[in-house]
Design a protein around this ligand. Structure first.
Ligand code: ATP
Ligand code: MG
Ligand code: FE
Length: 335
């Protein structure tokens, strides 16, 4: 099965060609980070305009690199949501145009299902499975009893992990996106500053806004008193708090749901501290396989959309030409 994956939900214009849901023939990503940097975040209108400029070029390059043409494709899988509506629409409409012109079946994919299925490009998935999703807009634990079936057992009640990283980075006057900068600083510092952890009465939900505020208050109080706090120590303390909560809740859920595999997903999965902590913890847990994608498959890409799309295509899911971008799409549409 040969599938074209397409992703335009945020600030990456991405197209891939994926064979049998596991093999990457091409994976082209045009990032817009440079255009959004000076605004300190993604500007939706600018994102849409860049997608319009890039999408056909990126599609052509993906086909060319994979050495295939439209007639070779079994389906086109496109991110339907969630994301910025104006950005989603560019990918959805390009996918519909090609689907109609070449008579290729269309499959709509939930962006987070895509992030989870990035793991299928590196490892065989074994069920039941637990996905720890940590991205710019989501932080959740997703239980999967089988392929293409998603149950959210816990999610953030306020900020996503990536959002907290980006806001803390802004407080430390680091460039956007701040996650990788905090990660780098954290490795150089000591986690010597006491910061809160939100356990939320043993539920699998998360909360990072209290932690974010504590970091901001720490910086402001120090500034007022004329004290100096080492940014690397603050980064290390913040990161330790995030990792502590994420790993503890994941292990708790692994035990309760008796899963065979844990997969890490989303942009924050690129975090070196989180990857190392999970690897260390799971090396001591027997009979549970831990899978972590390479950095390029953690942040937004279309290979993951092609991988997920292949699963949904095999399950018989099809989108029609009335497919629309849906910013509030629920992952259980695939169940
Ligand atoms: P969503 O997937 O929820 O719709 P998104 O697509 O905008 O959101 P991703 O592209 O999956 O988010 O991830 C981007 C986020 O990942 C940003 O918040 C960024 O700071 C964070 N991130 C990237 N690398 C790292 C890292 N090394 N450490 C921590 N955070 C990171
Ligand atoms: Mg992005
Ligand atoms: Fe994403």
């Amino acid at each position: 099965i040969l599938i074209m994956g397409m992703e335009t939900s945020c600030d990456e214009t991405a197209v891939s060609i994926i064979k049998n849901g596991t093999e990457i023939l091409s994976n082209v990503v045009a990032s817009q980070i440079e255009s959004h940097k000076r605004f300190g975040g993604v500007v939706p209108e600018i994102a849409s305009r860049h997608h319009v400029e890039q999408i056909t070029l990126v599609m052509e390059e993906a086909l060319k690199t994979a050495e295939v043409t439209y007639t070779d494709l079994d389906a086109i899988a496109v991110t339907e949501g969630p994301g910025l509506v104006g950005a989603l629409l560019v990918g959805v409409n390009a996918a519909k145009a090609v689907s109609f012109a070449h008579g290729i079946p269309l499959v709509g994919v939930h962006h987070i299902a895509g992030h989870i299925y990035a793991n299928q490009l590196v490892d065989n998935l074994e069920f039941p499975l637990l996905a720890l999703v940590v991205s710019g807009g989501h932080t959740e634990l997703v239980y999967m009893k089988e392929h293409g079936h998603f149950e959210v057992i816990g999610e953030t009640r306020d900020d996503a992990a990536g959002e907290a990283y980006d806001k803390v980075a802004r407080t430390l006057r680091l460039p956007y996106p701040g996650g990788p900068h905090i990660d780098r600083l954290a490795a150089e510092g000591e986690a010597s500053i006491k910061l809160p952890r939100a356990w939320l009465e043993g539920s699998y939900d998360f909360s990072f806004s209290g932690l974010k505020s504590a970091v901001i208050n720490t910086v402001h109080n120090a500034e007022q008193r004329g004290e100096v706090i080492k940014p690397e120590d603050l980064a290390a303390s913040f990161q330790e708090s995030v990792i502590d909560v994420l790993t503890t809740k994941t292990i708790q859920a692994v035990k309760e749901y008796k899963v065979k595999q844990v997969v890490l997903a989303g942009g924050v999965a690129a975090n070196k501290g989180l990857r190392a902590a999970l690897e260390e913890k799971f090396s001591r847990i027997k009979d549970v396989k831990l899978t972590i994608p390479p950095l390029s498959l953690c942040t937004d890409n279309a290979a993951m959309i092609g991988a997920a799309g292949t699963v949904f295509y095999k399950k018989g899911q099809r989108a029609l030409l009335d497919l629309n971008g849906n910013p509030g799409l629920d992952i259980t549409i695939h169940n």
